[in-house]
Design a protein around this ligand. Structure first.
Ligand SMILES: [Zn+2]
Length: 495
């Protein structure tokens, strides 16, 4: 059992230094150095050729669309775009890498020296970008015959090279000191911002759950005033929530080790979704272990300044600008908008409004009931089994008086359980507001008869007393009455 400190104790004694390395799969039509398709989900080893299988004599050619996409990312991250750049061989052996080296970039990356600003708790944190470079993905290994899908206990390992050679962009931050107790939130906010920026550029679908955006989280601790500590690298963290949890866990684990006088090993670590823990992987190689050297089979690239400026001029509206525009359009205060951003609900609310409901209606559901459900189940908000269109439909039924908020929450139960659209769930479960005035009047008459003293008060002009009768009617109709209508009927009858 790993000994852990509480997070609060850990950040009281130590200063965390973060670092993030993010891999993004570009959605180019063809691979990085050959014409093979990048389409997802094909039969294993059907999207391969002599180049991506590294057969003798095969020669790579760089994919211009991938270079262009990387320059766009660099520009959106405020980077300098290299005037002269080339690929390098990163040498290591792994069975899912047919060449025995990865074509990557080393001393001459395509983009350098940028930054991203993220807001956490009303504070702006500037995360410096060291480099943005282009490389190729590896294939995929499948371990079969065992219980866990891991290599331990497997009887065979199968390799699928369809993914080998798909363009990957790697975005590396400089170390980020000074975040203190906010380190987990800053890591999450940075990853979310990066994802949103890349999505706005339309160069990747950046789906963390499908692995098209993968995050390696570096973390070290040091005592205030002392040198930075040894860092660990938690690999392939694949949700925003997990990024936050991985940082939190490493802070707690490392601080306990340091307190015990032990040392931190420079190593990669695996993150476990189920427990939120990390476990040791391999000891981390230094760059020199990879014996990088310039790739002799690919030409040097010199992106012309005209091309770079053309791409800069054509950049779309970036997320920060877009959030400012939406905040004004939705008439939200800074705090409320920050809650929307923190809940990762900007796009969901935008889509809900586009589907025909008001901003306040959309915000109410996504930040309220649906956020609560997501927290309960440990899901991302966007992973809930309800679409923005369905939320718009739900609020539409509330606006029409067919549902009240209480019934609407029961309708959400049904939609999340896969029973259909809000209208279908309401019909199946009999959840519509009782709009039959005859039935409501009868229920009001009963309530008046059962509460003569209250009825007298209302007759005497104390309308506030109507609450008791409304409550009785709601109870009698199992919450399916519209409170406003009931109130009106009561007052009409007693005045
Ligand atoms: Zn190929």
């Amino acid at each position: 059992m790993t000994k852990l400190n509480t997070f609060e104790q850990a950040v009281a004694d130590y200063e965390p230094v973060l670092g993030l390395e993010t891999h993004i799969e570009l959605d180019t039509r063809t691979k990085m150095f050959c014409g093979c398709s990048t389409a997802f989900g094909a039969e294993p080893n059907t999207q391969v050729c002599p180049v991506c299988l590294a057969l003798p004599g095969a020669l790579p050619v760089a994919n211009k669309a991938a270079v262009e996409a990387t320059i766009k990312i660099g520009l959106a991250l405020n980077c300098r775009i290299a005037e002269w750049t080339r690929f390098a061989r990163k040498n290591y052996f792994y069975p899912d890498m047919p060449k025995n080296f990865q074509t990557s970039q080393y001393e001459e990356p395509l983009c350098e020296d940028g930054y991203v600003e993220v807001v956490v708790d009303g504070e702006v944190h500037r995360v410096e970008i060291e480099r943005v470079h282009l490389e190729e993905d590896t294939g995929k290994t499948l371990h079969v015959g065992g219980a866990t899908g891991r290599i331990h206990g497997a009887t065979e390992s199968l390799v699928d090279y369809n993914r080998a050679g798909i363009p990957l962009v790697e975005i590396v931050t400089r170390p980020v000191p000074g975040t203190g107790a906010l380190a987990p939130e800053v890591a999450r906010a940075y990853t979310a911002e990066l994802r949103d920026i890349v999505r706005s550029l339309g160069v990747s679908d950046v789906r963390m759950e499908q692995g098209s955006l993968r995050c390696d989280v570096n973390l070290s601790l040091n005592k205030p005033g002392e040198e930075w500590g040894t860092r660990t690298e938690t690999k392939n963290v694949n949700s925003l929530r997990s990024v936050e949890r991985a940082v939190r866990y490493e802070v707690r684990r490392q601080s306990a080790l340091l307190d015990a006088g032990e040392r931190i090993f420079q190593e990669t670590r695996h993150f476990h979704e189920a427990t939120g823990e990390t476990s040791p992987g391999r000891s981390k190689e230094e760059a020199t272990d990879y014996r990088y050297f310039p790739e002799p089979d690919l030409a040097v690239m010199e992106p012309s300044r005209e091309w770079v400026e053309e791409l800069r001029a054509a950049l779309p509206e970036l997320p920060r600008k877009r959030r400012e525009r939406l905040q004004a359009a939705w008439a939200l205060g800074d705090k409320e908008m920050q809650s929307v951003v923190n809940a990762d609900a900007v796009e969901l609310i935008e889509a809900t409004v586009a589907a025909g409901t008001t901003a306040s209606g959309a915000v109410k559901w996504w930040l309220g009931e649906l956020s609560r459900r997501a927290n309960e189940s440990g899901d991302e908000l966007g992973a809930l089994a309800i679409t923005p269109e369905q939320v718009a439909e739900l609020q539409g039924m509330v606006d029409d008086g067919r549902l009240n908020d209480k019934l609407a929450r029961q309708v959400i139960d049904g939609v999340l359980a896969g029973e259909g659209s809000p209208a279908e769930v309401a019909a199946k479960r009999g959840l519509e507001v009782v709009s039959d005035t005859g039935a409501l009047e009868a229920a009001v008459d009963e309530a008046i008869a059962a509460n003569p003293a209250v009825a007298d008060k209302i007759r005497g002009g104390t309308h506030a007393a109507a609450g008791v009768l409304i409550g009785a009617v709601m109870k009698a109709t199992k919450g399916q009455a519209d409170a406003g209508t009931v109130r009106q009927i009561i007052i009409d009858k007693l005045s």
